[in-house]
Design a protein around this ligand. Structure first.
Ligand SMILES: CC(C)=CCC/C(C)=C/CC/C(C)=C/CC/C(C)=C/COP(=O)(O)OP(=O)(O)O
Ligand SMILES: O=P(O)(O)OC[C@@H](O)CO
Ligand SMILES: [Mg+2]
Length: 239
């Protein structure tokens, strides 16, 4: 059994930057998986994240099963909904949308997921999920009917409240395909207040932006769209 959270905490303690590639089951073509994974293995990628804001039933499970056969890197569910739980993954980010005030995404979906999770061996990782203003409406905003936060102080305080509540990770999200990523000042202020690892994602599409996020304090960065759009992006981050 893998210890996903422990490994992320250890990487933070050692200052080893982590990088996840996000596969959106809704958009990904299974016939591209072999090449995609082969390319990913030649890079600094450390994790596969799987999830989307809207995914048809069973599509996630099929993707995770196929991915599992091709990689020994950790496979972490990053679910937009209960239907995206797959027992073949290693862990699930048990997201609570702390930036919003929609009870469905703060606690209801979580209660609905219990009977399913009890039947799996997934490592469940309590994660505070914060949607940060990034210039235009994002899929997560639309689906959850919540407003992102823009004040730096409010982001940092919301993240800290998540840590006080016992969450083990904080995810700062600009939204998939965001115009601009989470600002370095938001990342560094949040970092200065937290003891737990910080995940940063949304709108990162160059090595320069990736390095800026790490320098500001991101422990794990998530990139989806840049890989979806252009497989050559893998070459930019090759070992
Ligand atoms: C507790 C369980 C099992 C589910 C609820 C989990 C919560 C609270 C989710 C927060 C809100 C949400 C919809 C998150 C989606 C996260 C995600 C996978 C985003 C990536 O998808 P995008 O790439 O933004 O959207 P597209 O599908 O449009 O590309
Ligand atoms: O697709 P991108 O913009 O890389 O965003 C990744 C992830 O943070 C979205 O949930
Ligand atoms: Mg996406």
């Amino acid at each position: 059994m893998k210890h996903i959270l422990k490994d992320i905490e250890a990487a933070k303690a050692n200052g080893t930057p982590l990088l996840a590639v996000l596969i959106d089951p809704d958009k990904f073509k299974l016939e591209h998986l072999e090449l995609f994974v082969t390319k990913a293995h030649q890079t600094i990628i450390t994790h596969f994240f799987v999830g989307g804001s809207t995914v048809e039933a069973q599509v996630t499970q099929k993707l995770v099963n196929a991915l599992k056969r091709k990689t020994s890197l950790p496979i972490v569910l990053f679910p937009g909904d209960v239907t995206q739980i797959s027992d073949q993954a290693d862990a699930i980010l048990f997201l609570s949308l702390l930036s919003g005030r929609n009870p469905d995404y703060l606690i209801s979906k979580h209660i609905q997921s219990v009977s399913l999770l009890e039947k799996t061996r997934l490592e469940v990782i309590p994660t505070g999920y914060l949607l940060i203003e990034s210039g235009a409406e994002t899929a997560v905003q639309r689906v959850t009917k919540t407003t992102p936060i823009s004040s730096e102080l409010l982001v940092a305080q919301t993240a800290k409240a998540g840590e006080y509540l016992g969450m083990k990770l904080i995810y700062l999200e600009a939204g998939s395909g965001a115009n601009y990523p989470v600002s370095t000042s938001i990342i560094s202020l949040t970092k200065s207040k937290l003891g737990i690892p910080i995940i940063v994602g949304g709108g990162i599409r160059s090595k320069k932006q990736l390095e800026k996020a790490y320098k500001a304090g991101a422990d794990l960065v998530v990139i989806g769209t840049a890989f979806e759009k252009d497989l050559d992006f893998f070459d930019e981050i090759t070992h």
